[in-house]
Write a protein that binds this ligand. Structure first.
Ligand code: IPE
Ligand code: IPE
Ligand code: MG
Length: 226
């Protein structure tokens, strides 16, 4: 039997290096990266066996970058959401941000929440964007919430309290590095990992399709025997 790729998560890495390779500034790579987000999201929304796509857009560690790059990324997010709302609606995609949004400007928070509210009724793909997201931060916030609500900490109570409540089936990282960089630490416990040297602006749906084909043939044992 084939595995179903219900939840795909992607660490979208390599925008800066791609732009440098083109003789352009890093910000140009982020612009191109946003186009790849659109294309890969559309591909996933057209494949009903894919229920959820979670994309790492800005980590809790990315604030360490030069101020100008961070500012550019914030503006790009704002522009992206305003422009893409219609695409979400047309493609029946529900947008679900994960991460600690409270660090963003009020205006960006409003824009993000607006897209999430406007697409709440959509029944197709769930696209989660990880924004000021860190796996450690997510776990700490969930544990604190359970403690405040006096709920015993169990595997299921914690899973349900995390920003992202679905286990990851496929975790892809573009850009050649072989690390997780604090992404979906809990949810990736049994994810199948795929690393590609392709830089994110050049990642295309045919490469995703190749990964899906490989994934379907993997024997997932979850600690048991076949
Ligand atoms: C990923 O690309 C996008 C973000 C982290 C926002 P990078 O900006 O990390 O690109 P490289 O890895 O420096 O090439
Ligand atoms: C991971 O990429 C974060 C995102 C893709 C948003 P980074 O470029 O920040 O990761 P490191 O610094 O190489 O681990
Ligand atoms: Mg990087």
């Amino acid at each position: 039997m084939n595995n179903l790729p219900s939840h795909i998560a992607i660490i979208m890495d390599g925008n800066g290096r791609w732009a440098k390779g083109q003789g352009k500034s890093r910000t140009f790579g982020h612009e191109k990266g946003a186009e790849t987000v659109r294309a890969i999201t559309t591909y996933c929304s057209q494949h009903p066996e894919i229920k959820q796509l979670t994309l790492y857009a800005f980590s809790t560690e990315n604030w360490k970058r030069p101020k100008l790059e961070v500012e550019f990324l914030m503006k790009l997010l704002e522009r992206y959401f305003k422009k893409e709302l219609n695409t979400y609606l047309e493609e029946n995609i529900r947008f679900n941000p994960i991460g600690d949004l409270s660090a963003f400007s009020t205006s960006l928070q409003k824009t993000i929440l607006n897209v999430s509210e406007a697409t709440e009724h959509c029944t197709g793909l769930v696209q989660s964007l990880a924004l000021n997201y860190g796996g450690k931060d997510e776990i700490i916030r969930a544990v604190q919430k359970l403690q405040n609500d006096n709920i015993p900490i169990t595997e299921s109570s914690l899973s349900e309290t995390l920003d992202c409540t679905q286990e990851v089936d496929i975790l892809i990282r573009t850009g050649g590095e072989h690390r997780i960089s604090n992404f979906l630490l809990w949810q990736s416990a049994y994810a199948e990992l795929f690393f590609t040297d392709t830089l994110w602006p050049e990642f295309k749906s045919d490469e995703l399709e190749t990964i899906l084909t490989k994934f379907k043939k993997i024997e997932r044992r979850f600690g048991g025997l076949n």
